[in-house]
Design a protein around this ligand. Structure first.
Ligand code: PAZ
Length: 333
């Protein structure tokens, strides 16, 4: 069976600047890719939110959550996705709000969202929580009412006090443009900003100049993909875009031997403050905090898991403590 190779160069004469190892520079990435159409609206909402919280002296966390898609065609029919559904980000947002933070929740569209997560993405559909009344109205089934009341109250309170801003992305380019722009806007808060980078961001992509314009046809048989490496955006984020904030990145692995070395390598390479290491299979139970001078495991017992305790209830107080040190002294410990 014949196989075709994608990307199909559409403007093959255009040079793509790289660092000699086939990885383009982050600045070049932004020059040769088109910014998302809704970037001005994203920036306007975020500027207003940041101005409001700067005047109040709030601590603000910029959470990224969920997975990015990697389009295979410019007029996209197919794309590569990953496993992340945004549980980490959405759960963390609730604990950050509880800890007094204002939250920018930059999430993959239709991924799990704070508070709503308790009633979505499960076996039960929205209508399964409700019952129709004879007078024509609808009410929540009594067994869910107390929990829904409690969460709805917290959710409304966060919205009423303007402490949560929901912003979204779908594709890798959307994510990268919004990460750059968003972190520069939050930089006005200096040390009071925390960047909590929990999104599962693709390491590979097809630059739009190399991408097929139209739907890839199946008539030629199998499909072979060649993907470029995504530039390392943590580097400019740490050294330029968000230089004064507390930056927390996540490292996901499936081979436990790699977790701590790779997390420490990221910390050394980019020079930020915290890497949280987690394994795919145990990410809801155990995480490892790596800072410049320390390493600490946070873990839940089987009993705590059975009782519905969430690991984020331990992660966020630990980060809030580190962040306070950072605000007070410019050091994490
Ligand atoms: O979204 P989720 O709750 O299913 O998963 C969270 C996670 C594993 C994506 C996150 O904790 C994480 O490790 N993010 C960074 C992944 C990485 O690029 O290494």
């Amino acid at each position: 069976m014949a196989s075709i190779t994608v990307p199909i160069p559409t403007n093959s004469n255009e040079p793509i600047l790289d660092n000699g190892q086939g990885v383009i520079d982050p600045d070049v990435y932004f020059q040769i890719n088109e910014s998302p159409a809704d970037l001005p609206e994203f920036e306007s909402k975020l500027n207003t939110f940041v101005d409001f919280h700067k005047s109040k002296g709030s601590n603000v966390v910029f959470i990224t959550s969920g997975g990015t898609t990697v389009p295979l065609e410019n007029q996209t029919v197919r794309f590569i996705d990953n496993f992340s559904n945004g549980t980490r980000g959405a759960t963390s947002a609730e604990y950050f709000l509880e800890a007094g933070y204002a939250v920018v929740f930059m999430h993959r569209q239709n991924s799990i969202q704070p508070y709503n997560r308790h009633f979505t993405h499960s076996q039960m559909g929205f209508l399964d929580y409700l019952e129709p009344m004879e007078n024509g109205s609808v009410q929540v089934l009594s067994k869910y009412a107390a929990k829904m009341h409690e969460l709805l109250t917290k959710y409304n309170e966060a919205k009423k006090s303007n402490r949560i801003l929901m912003l979204d992305f779908v594709t890798l380019p959307e994510y990268l443009f919004k990460l750059q722009s968003g972190s520069k806007i939050l930089a006005r808060l200096e040390r009071k900003a925390m960047y909590y980078l929990a999104a599962a961001v693709s390491d590979f992509f097809i630059p739009s100049q190399k991408m097929a314009e139209h739907k890839i046809q199946s008539r030629d048989g199998g499909l072979t993909l060649t993907l470029d490496q995504v530039p390392k955006f943590l580097k400019p984020l740490v050294s330029n875009w968000a230089a004064k904030g507390l930056i927390v990145s996540f490292k996901l692995e499936t081979d436990s031997n790699l977790l701590v070395p790779k997390a420490r390598q990221a910390l050394t390479r980019y020079g930020h403050q915290v890497v949280i290491g987690n394994m795919l299979k145990t990410r809801k139970q155990t995480v490892t905090f790596i800072t410049q001078h320390n390493q600490k495991v946070l873990s839940l017992s089987q009993q705590q898991m059975a009782d519905g305790i969430e690991i984020e209830s331990e992660i966020i107080p630990e980060l809030a403590r580190i962040h306070q040190n950072w605000i007070d002294s410019g050091k994490t410990e």
